[in-house]
Write a protein that binds this ligand. Structure first.
Ligand code: SAM
Length: 346
C-alpha cells in the first residue's frame, strides 16, 4: 500500500483511512517519505524567519488563543521600525524568507500592509516576503503582491463544511476561505495551506477531505500541526491532537506532494520535545525560527505551553540548527522556492 502511495502519489479513500488509523504501516511510511524527500530536496532544510506582527484579531475562532473574545490578553502591534529591525537581525543570521504573521487586525488595512511590504522589499531584494494575515479581498491580495510579497500562508483549517462550522463562528465561511486560496494562487503567490490535526470533531473522513482539497489546490507549502487547547477558549477542555497522527500525515503529505515545502511546526515541538526532529524524519523540510521581539512573544500565545517564548533570534536559530543536524539534515540559507521543475519532477 505504501509503495502504491510512493509510486502513484495517491491512494483511494479506504486505503488512506486504513493508513491513518493504525500504526501498522508507520515504519514503511516513514522510510519511503524520507526517501522521497531526499530525492527532491536531499537533506536540505529551509529557514523561514517568523515575525508575529499583531495579536489583535477581529475573528473569534473557537480554538485560537488570540481570538477577539479573549479579554485577558495584552494586545500589541509591531511598528514598521520594529519589523525592519527583525528583518535586519534575520538577514544577518542567514534568513532569506521573512514571514509576517498576525491576527486579522483592522489597523493593518491594505494601505498599511502594502507599506510594510514595500519597505521590506526595498531593503531586501534577494529575500522572499511571506504574508500570513488571513482573509482579504482579491484586490488587496493583488496590492500586496504588486508591492513585493511573494508567498501567502492561509490554512484552510478543515475542508469539511460541517466541521468548519464547529470550529468557527457563523460570520466565517469555508467557501470564503477556499476562495481566498484560489485568488492567491491565481494572482501568482506561492500559496500555502494546511490544517490542524486532531482538532475537535475532526474525523478520518474530514482529514481525507483535507487531503483531497490539497490535491485540487496543489499548494507550494503545506503546514500542519496538532491542535493544542488554549485555557481561555471555548475548546479549553478538548483533547490535544496526537503526535502519531501528525507525523503520519506529514509523511503522507510528502508522498502525495513530493515538491512541497512542509514545516516541522512549533505546535509539533510543543506536544513533544522531539516533535520537530521527528517531523523532519517524517518528511518535513522547513523550520520557522521566531524572529519576533522577545517582549511580545508571550502575547502571541495561540495555544497553551507554546515553546520558543523567551529566546533571542540568534538563540532560536542555533537551537533549531542543532535540532536539524541531530535529526540528520542541515539548514541551508537558500530562498527555497518551489520551482516548476520541482513540481514536474518524478
Ligand atoms: N490570522 C491568520 C490566519 O487566519 O491564517 C494567521 C494567524 S493564525 C493564528 C495561524 C494559525 O494558527 C492558524 O491557521 C491555525 O491553524 C493555528 N492555530 C490557532 N490556534 C491553534 C491551536 N489552538 N492549536 C494549534 N494551532 C492553532
Amino acid at each position: 500500500m505504501i509503495t502504491e502511495l510512493y509510486q502513484t502519489r495517491n491512494l483511494p479513500d479506504s486505503k488512506l483511512a486504513a493508513l491513518l488509523e493504525t500504526d501498522q504501516f508507520d515504519r514503511e511510511l516513514f522510510r519511503l517519505a524520507d526517501l522521497r524527500r531526499k530525492e527532491f530536496y536531499g537533506t536540505d532544510v529551509y529557514l523561514r524567519g517568523l515575525i508575529e506582527l499583531t495579536n489583535y484579531c477581529k475573528n473569534d475562532c473557537f480554538y485560537c488563543g488570540i481570538r477577539r473574545s479573549r479579554a485577558n490578553l495584552d494586545r500589541y502591534r509591531l511598528a514598521l521600525e520594529q519589523v525592519l529591525h527583525c528583518c535586519e537581525t534575520g538577514y544577518g543570521l542567514g534568513y532569506r524568507t521573512f514571514v509576517l504573521q498576525g491576527g486579522e487586525d483592522t489597523f493593518f488595512n491594505a494601505g498599511r500592509i502594502t507599506e510594510f511590504v514595500t519597505e521590506i522589499r526595498k531593503r531586501y531584494q534577494d529575500c522572499a516576503i511571506t504574508l500570513s494575515l488571513g482573509e482579504h479581498s482579491r484586490e488587496n491580495y493583488q496590492r500586496f503582491f504588486d508591492a513585493g510579497a511573494n508567498r501567502y500562508l492561509l490554512r484552510h483549517e478543515t475542508a469539511n463544511e460541517e466541521h468548519y462550522g464547529k470550529l468557527h463562528p457563523r460570520s466565517m465561511s469555508l467557501t470564503c476561505r477556499k476562495q481566498c486560496l484560489w485568488n492567491l494562487k491565481e494572482i501568482g503567490y506561492q500559496t500555502g495551506s494546511g490544517f490542524m490535526v486532531g482538532s475537535p470533531f475532526q474525523t478520518t473522513s474530514c482529514v481525507i477531505e483535507d487531503l483531497r482539497f490539497l490535491q485540487a489546490l496543489q499548494p507550494a507549502m503545506i503546514g500542519i500541526g496538532p491542535f493544542i487547547a488554549h485555557r481561555d477558549t471555548p475548546f479549553k477542555r478538548e483533547q490535544n491532537g496526537g503526535l502519531a497522527l501528525t507525523l503520519r500525515l506529514v509523511a503522507v503529505l510528502r508522498l502525495m506532494f513530493p515538491y512541497a515545502l512542509i514545516p516541522a511546526t512549533t505546535a509539533l515541538g510543543t506536544i513533544d520535545p522531539q516533535g520537530r526532529e521527528m517531523g523532519l524524519r517524517a518528511g518535513a523540510n522547513v523550520v520557522m525560527p521566531n524572529l519576533s521581539p522577545v517582549n511580545v512573544r508571550r502575547k502571541y500565545e495561540l495555544y497553551d505551553n507554546k515553546i520558543c517564548m523567551g529566546e533571542e533570534a540568534a538563540e532560536c536559530k542555533a537551537c533549531l540548527a542543532a535540532r536539524v543536524s541531530a535529526a540528520g539534515y542541515q539548514i541551508v540559507t537558500g530562498i527555497g522556492n518551489v520551482t516548476p521543475d520541482k513540481r514536474q519532477a518524478g
